[in-house]
Design a protein around this ligand. Structure first.
Ligand SMILES: [Zn+2]
Ligand SMILES: [Zn+2]
Length: 206
């Protein structure tokens, strides 16, 4: 099945990219270390100041919540967690903050065929492959792959285009769909096979 995979590297670009992209994400672990958290915090702070925006309690809570996710998340998941902590934030503020963090490059907005846009901290998104099923659209992460295509963005020269980061999507067929396809083929084959002929033998006349 892997032969049929279409491997694509999506270079996500933003025009007028914020200068702070020059910082390096060093930690490749699936939990947030204090040093990394501080680094992201400083970036967020600097970006807000540059944009002349206040670090409101809502923005602060959303930022801290996002930093607690080592997996993908969407706006509803953030909303549920905040509501669970009795902290109400409007959907408009959530979307605006996600937009801000995406612009900064702190989070990645994935291009998954799902009803709600999925986000992930960029520091984690670059460390694994994303598998997308061509039949059912299911998305899964492959964190165990030792073959992770990496693009040296520093050396990538593009005309009128400033690369920001790369994310890797591998398209194929998930195990559930593979099973369904096999079942359907087996059923098709069974339907084509004529029923077994029953030979009736006449009793010889006495
Ligand atoms: Zn991911
Ligand atoms: Zn599938």
């Amino acid at each position: 099945m892997t032969r049929n995979y279409i491997k694509g590297i999506i270079l996500c670009i933003t025009d007028g990219l914020h200068k702070s992209f020059t910082f390096a994400f060093r930690v490749k672990k699936v939990f947030m270390e204090d040093a990394l958290l501080n680094e992201l915090d400083n970036l967020f702070d600097g970006y807000l100041k540059e944009k002349k925006l206040r670090r409101t309690t809502e923005r602060d809570a959303i930022f801290k919540l996002i930093c607690s996710f080592s997996e993908h998340f969407d706006v509803n998941m953030l909303n549920e967690r905040l509501e669970g902590d009795s902290f109400h934030v409007s959907k408009a503020t959530l979307y605006a903050t996600l937009e801000l963090l995406t612009e900064l490059g702190l989070i990645v907005r994935h291009l998954f065929p799902l009803p709600f846009a999925q986000y992930e901290l960029r520091v984690f998104a670059e460390t694994h492959l994303h598998r997308i099923c061509l039949k059912c659209g299911a998305v899964s992460e492959d964190k165990g792959s030792k073959v992770l295509p990496t693009v040296n963005l520093a050396k990538l020269k593009m005309v009128r285009f400033t690369p920001a980061y790369s994310a890797t999507y591998v398209y194929g067929i998930c195990s559930k769909c593979t099973f369904c396809i096999k079942q359907a083929k087996a059923a098709e084959k069974a339907a084509e096979t004529p029923p077994e002929q029953t030979l009736t033998t006449r009793k010889p006349r006495k």
